[in-house]
Design a protein around this ligand. Structure first.
Ligand SMILES: [Mg+2]
Length: 282
């Protein structure tokens, strides 16, 4: 026996407009270039006598920090360098020890790289005018994020809620921080929420939740330069770096990619139209 009710639309269209956004922190709303975690990881590994390249440092960005360290230690080049120095490959105990050392190092440079990305305050004001609730997620720990939340509030950015991996049992690419954001924001269904972030795992977090996923290519991890350093590049170099960054986020599955959060409005208009059209066309 199988009863299909043709009057009931597919589950995917139970949203007629966007009601909430969930924003990433480093590289999306604060810390242009996502420099704080990158510089800290490089310092951590140089303490272990391994010099990380920019790409080795950044390819696992967005994961919870301990998993990020484990990811770096699992790279063949890093494993071999570790083995050459110590006569054995890195173990889980080494991940624990590196993470233990990482925490105070990260705190010592977090405040230095916590400034809001230009345009974020104005973008927030217009999100509010659209009636959107604003959540936020991160790969930082709660203690680290508290520092950013407090500093950002003073600069004019205060999301309605913020979540860290430890509060929901797992970080990106799992969707649980998104689910909890929906609960805290009192917004549903997940198709009425868009996740915005600067790394491939941000994109996956949104997709895995059944939300819209929007990548930010210019201000975060995929370029990895401060505003000053980015502007110091030639126009051709800037365009080429941007094209690579956009492509990587698209390849991760982003529904849309923009260069900065300030440019996201026309994407939100677009999503609203697509939600409305899907609903009406059923
Ligand atoms: Mg980020």
């Amino acid at each position: 026996m199988k009863l299909l009710n043709p009057a009931v639309p597919p589950q995917t269209i139970y949203a007629d407009r966007l009601k909430g956004l969930v924003l990433d922190w480093a590289g999306t709303t604060v810390d242009y270039g996502s420099l704080a975690p990158a510089r800290t990881l490089q310092k951590l590994f140089s303490g272990a006598r391994i010099t990380l390249t920019e790409s080795e440092t950044r390819q696992h960005m967005g994961l919870p920090k301990k998993e990020h360290i484990r990811g770096i230690l699992s790279l063949p080049r890093v494993r071999n360098a570790w083995q050459e120095l110590r006569g054995r490959f890195p173990s889980e105990a080494d991940v624990d020890e590196m993470y233990r050392q990482f925490i105070p190092l990260q705190f010592s440079c977090l405040a230095e790289y916590s400034a809001l990305i230009p345009g974020v305050v104005e973008a927030m004001q217009s999100f509010r005018r659209r009636g959107l609730k604003i959540g936020s997620t991160t790969g930082y720990t709660r203690a680290m994020l508290d520092l950013l939340v407090e500093k950002s509030a003073k600069e004019g950015y205060s999301p309605d809620c913020s979540l860290t991996p430890e509060e929901v049992g797992a970080g990106r690419p799992h969707p649980f921080m998104m689910y909890e954001s929906a609960v805290r924001l009192q917004v549903y269904p997940l198709a009425a929420i868009a996740k915005i972030g600067d790394t491939p795992v941000d994109i996956l977090e949104g997709l895995n939740a059944g939300a819209w996923s929007i990548g930010v290519a210019g201000t975060g991890n995929m370029i990895g330069l401060s505003l000053e350093d980015f502007h110091a590049l030639s126009e051709a170099a800037r365009e080429s770096r941007l094209a690579d960054a956009r492509a990587e986020l698209q390849n991760a599955g982003a529904h849309y990619v923009v260069d900065t959060l300030a440019e996201v409005h026309s994407v939100l208009d677009d999503i609203d139209v697509r939600l409305k059209t899907a609903r009406e066309s059923h």
